[in-house]
Design a protein around this ligand. Sequence first.
Ligand code: ADP
Ligand code: MG
Length: 679
Amino acid sequence: MSLYEMPISALKGFGKTRAELFSKLNIHSVGELLRFYPRTYSLWGEVTPISEVVNGEKYLIKARVCSAVSTVRISGGRILSKVQVSDDSGVIELTFFNNKYISSMLKFSQEYYFYGKVNRDLYGFSMTSPEFKRGDEISSITPVYNLTHGLTNRVVINAVKQAIPLLPDTMVDPLPYDILSRYDLCTLRFALENIHFPTDENALNKARKRLIFEEFLVLNLGLRLLKKRKLENTSCSMPEDFTKEFIESLPYTLTNAQKNAVVDCVNDMKNKKSPMNRLVQGDVGSGKTAVAAAVCYNTVKNGYQAAFMAPTEILATQHYENLSKMFEPFNIRVDMLIGSMTKSQKDKVRERLLSGETDIVVGTHALITESTKFSELGCAITDEQHRFGVEQRSKLAQKGEKPHVLVLSATPIPRTLGLIIYGDLDITCIDELPPGRQPVKTMMIDTKKRERALGFIREELEHGRQCYIVCPLVEEGELELESAENYAAELMLSSFADYPVGILHGKMKAKDKDEVMERFVKGEISILVSTTVIEVGVDVKNASVMMIENADRFGLSQLHQLRGRVGRGEHKSYCILVSDNKSEDTKKRLSTMCRTNNGFEIADEDLRLRGPGDFFGNRQHGLPQLNIADFSDMDSLRATQSASDEILKKSPDLSDDALKGLRAMVKLLWRNIENGAMN
Ligand code: ADP
Ligand code: MG
């Protein structure tokens, strides 16, 4: 019987109540108990010789029992037990209250660790109710578990102590032997024993290393098998590549990176068996729209419809205008579907979609509403994917019969993380900007220089340019609106009385935001003050300056995103980072921004400096909770990546007998997420 099938109530001392407490921690079986790793460890610390203890302090001593345990009843019917213990340097008395078992637990002349507070009285030193464990349990490291109300650490420890000997003698290690040896990992048995009761720090580290590796490996394999499973579906066949004629029709030459991205997509679409499932990642301004357009063209020419979904109306409108222009020469019908259109306008577009009259539709969430139906959707494209959940992405795809799926993202994430976050997608990076693009000149200043910066902005405005100001992020308790409005008001009163200023903040309705943005796009607003991240992807070629207040409060990747709003036209553009934070860390981060315009380089640096929290925090990645590993542990991530490469190369579906245990764990991982869909 597997320990996962043995209910926890099979352990001694487990009544219904106790079992219920454990089930609150999601522990129902002995197997799950063993996988319930300690939250942390209490290091009892260094052993102190008895002769060196001082009144009132806590100590760990290691001593032998050198007297019989004497037990007396004291007032209130309580039991007081006393026993003397000694080490090479001295003797100390231990007292315990109300523990009938002390005399059987502490054996004469045996050695134990005792941990507790030392008191001094007339008779010398004593320790009251110390914690203790046998001296041959070399370690002084005690596991500390996450608890639930009504459950003590000691109860969990005792349960785990019972569970460990139940591990079968011939235990199957889910990690195959060659992986263990190549990556210098301990066996599962050693890991489980030592993650709970480490013999020493070294053993604990070994155990952790192994369990972290295992957790990442299972996750990694799970994601990759998931991807494979998706690929097994058949889909719209698009045997021919028509992209050449389209690319030639563009007013510019595609960069090599763009060309490669198109080739990747076309190859995916030609594959008769499986739909494309690709993420094209490229820095702001790298020209992802043209790649998407080529894919649309190819889709239409192969006889299908394409849908292009953007997160906001303004972005959808911009794409619609661009695509309409691009497809004008080809007799291809492009339509738009966004929420703010009138019902009859929308109805007409929907009719044309259903009849197949429309070839390409650009839109917002309106595309995934029930009433939107396609005649034959062949390709579903999502722009700025981080703004959509995985669910919405797949909703669009469900509008067709296993259509090809293309996802565009301007948020560069380091490759190692990408493999995890977008585990179900193939990834292409556009790592090159169109020629002649001038990098945005970036500088950092403190608030003393703000006046000068405003003067500079004024000059730009006088030359007809526009400007973004990202105003102080709101502190907790502050009103965002007020802060933005105050800031804008101050600007209007002081330096920029004669220029139209617009405000954009997070509490505004989407419609109002779009309206302000629209006016900025049209040039009716010269300065856009914003507390919120300005719409990703919107192209305002005339905007040449961005000033970011409290720049230190943003992550590098966020700053890079913000900065990407400028430098989109032929005008030399600037980004001014304002911060009074003088810490080394801030200086380092902001100077990275000044040094480079390369989003991937910045993402790597961000990852190095701040960990992956930002990358994971901002998106619904739908990954399972990690038990022991931590996504910031890039070394382990990389190691498991290559281990899973090796494993899948040998056995693409984990059907190999040696991988039985691993296969079971991968199944277990997706059980909750996928409702057993993985077989
Ligand atoms: P993003 O990748 O941020 O979505 P866009 O697709 O909006 O970038 O492209 C940014 C700008 O660059 C657009 O104005 C587009 O017309 C232009 N562009 C795209 N590709 C090229 C190219 N190969 N050469 C010159 N300009 C290009
Ligand atoms: Mg874009």
